[in-house]
Structures are given as C-alpha cells and as structure tokens.
Write a protein that binds this ligand. Structure first.
Ligand SMILES: Cc1cc2nc3c(=O)[nH]c(=O)nc-3n(C[C@H](O)[C@H](O)[C@H](O)COP(=O)(O)O)c2cc1C
Length: 217
C-alpha cells in the first residue's frame, strides 16, 4: 500500500505513526533528520531553559552495545539514527545564566523584570536537591520527545518512543554523568519493516474520548 503523506492532515499523520517494533535498516536522509532535530530545538520548555541535550547516534557498534542494555529491542540497532535524550542531572548557575544571557544578547535589551526572574529562578533551583531538579529537567525531555515524534511522522519517518532500557548503563556507555547529564528516553528513527512488524497493520488502540476528557462549561 502506497501512502501519500503530503495529502495527510496532522491528525492523520499521528494516526499513521506507531511505536515501530521492527525496522528495515534503511537510512533516513539527513534533511529529514535535521527537521526532526529542529522540532526538538523549537520545543517549549520550562522558563525556556532547554534543560537537556540530545545525542544522535549512527555508529553501528554503539547501537548494538546499547541494544544489549535495552532488553534486546531490535529497533535500537535496526534504526537509521538513534536519538538519546539526556536531562541535566542538576541545575547550575552557569546553565541557568546561559539562556538568560543568550536572550539578552539576541534581543539586545536587558529588562529589569527579566533579570528579577533570573534571580528568582537561580534561588529556586539552588534550594532544591539534585534529584528534584533532575526530575524537573527530565519532564522537559518528554515535551521535546513528542515534538520529535510528531515531526518524524510529518517526514514519513518511523520512530519508537522508548523508556525500555537501563538508564544507568546507558549513562555509563555514553559517559553522560561526566557531562552532568542523565538519560531519560531513546527514539530510534527509521522505517518500518511492514512484513516483519505485526504491529504495522494492527488497529490503533485509544480510549474513547468520553473516558479521557471532562468538559466543564
Ligand atoms: C515514554 C514512552 C516509553 C515507551 N517505551 C517503549 C519501549 O521501550 N519499547 C517499545 O516498543 N515501545 C515503547 N513505548 C510505546 C508505547 O507502548 C506506545 O506508544 C503505546 O502503546 C501507544 O501505541 P502507538 O505509539 O503505537 O500509537 C513507549 C511509549 C512512551 C510514550
């Protein structure tokens, strides 16, 4: 079945995407990868801090090594590009200041209110323990993660949202703690193997909207 993605609405594309279980190893063109990464960059985050980094892995050996600590999920090595989302393990003064300084530099103005907000944030995060700050940063990765998945669908690229791996092991493999980061999510990008993936033709399962939404007028 040939699908023309250009004619699909955004909702139809979200319906087209699914958590791909088997990929065919085909390479995703760089332009599509760039667009997916740009969607991550444009994702909104708390106070605009973008408290995470994303690693883009194409190295075959490394993908295989990561598959070993991902309950052997085959997409990890079958994918074209493996995205690893890694949140700040803590907020630091430098990290918070970076985005405020960048804003001042780009907009070319220094607002009193904005500077007061910077001070407030620096105070707030310094009062919280590292785990609380990491959990807050980790939540931001989920927002960017969804942006990546949606953009992938718009590009006709398959993906698999993944929490199914041993975070501490992945942190070690990628030396994330040395960079002040901790892994939260992985997103293999590639193309579905329609013949081998039973889920490719399965009906999408979602609760009826009555169970999900409460309308308060
Ligand atoms: C945060 C998150 C983690 C997930 N982890 C895995 C995973 O490790 N492996 C996997 O095959 N699917 C994983 N899934 C896929 C979900 O099971 C799937 O998205 C859900 O059943 C809805 O189906 P659909 O994405 O195919 O529409 C994950 C999804 C999310 C959002």
């Amino acid at each position: 079945m040939i699908i023309n993605l250009n004619k699909m609405s955004f909702l139809e594309k979200l319906n087209w995407r699914y958590a791909t279980k088997v990929m065919n190893g085909q390479k995703v063109p760089q332009e599509k990868i760039d667009n997916i990464l740009e969607a991550i960059r444009l994702a909104p985050t708390s106070s605009g801090l973008q408290a995470f980094e994303v690693l883009v892995i194409t190295n075959k050996k490394l993908k295989e090594e990561i598959q070993n600590i991902s309950f052997n999920q085959p997409q990890v090595s079958q994918c074209s590009h493996l995205l690893v989302f890694a949140a700040w393990e803590n907020y630091t003064e430098d990290r918070v200041n970076r985005i405020f300084d960048l804003t001042n530099e780009i907009r070319g103005v220094k607002h009193e209110g904005f500077e007061a907000y910077r001070k407030k944030l620096l105070e707030k995060y310094s009062q919280c323990d590292a785990e609380t700050n990491f959990q807050h940063a980790a939540r931001q990765t989920y927002i960017a993660f969804m942006a990546a998945m949606a953009q992938a669908a718009c590009e006709g690229v398959d993906s698999t949202p993944m929490e199914g791996f041993i975070n501490e092991e992945l942190d070690k493999i990628l030396n994330l703690r040395e960079k002040g980061l901790r892994s939260t999510l992985m997103l293999p990008l590639g193309y579905r193997d329609v013949d081998k993936d039973w889920l490719a033709s399965a009906e999408k399962i979602r609760k009826p909207k009555e169970e999900l939404f409460t309308i308060i007028e």
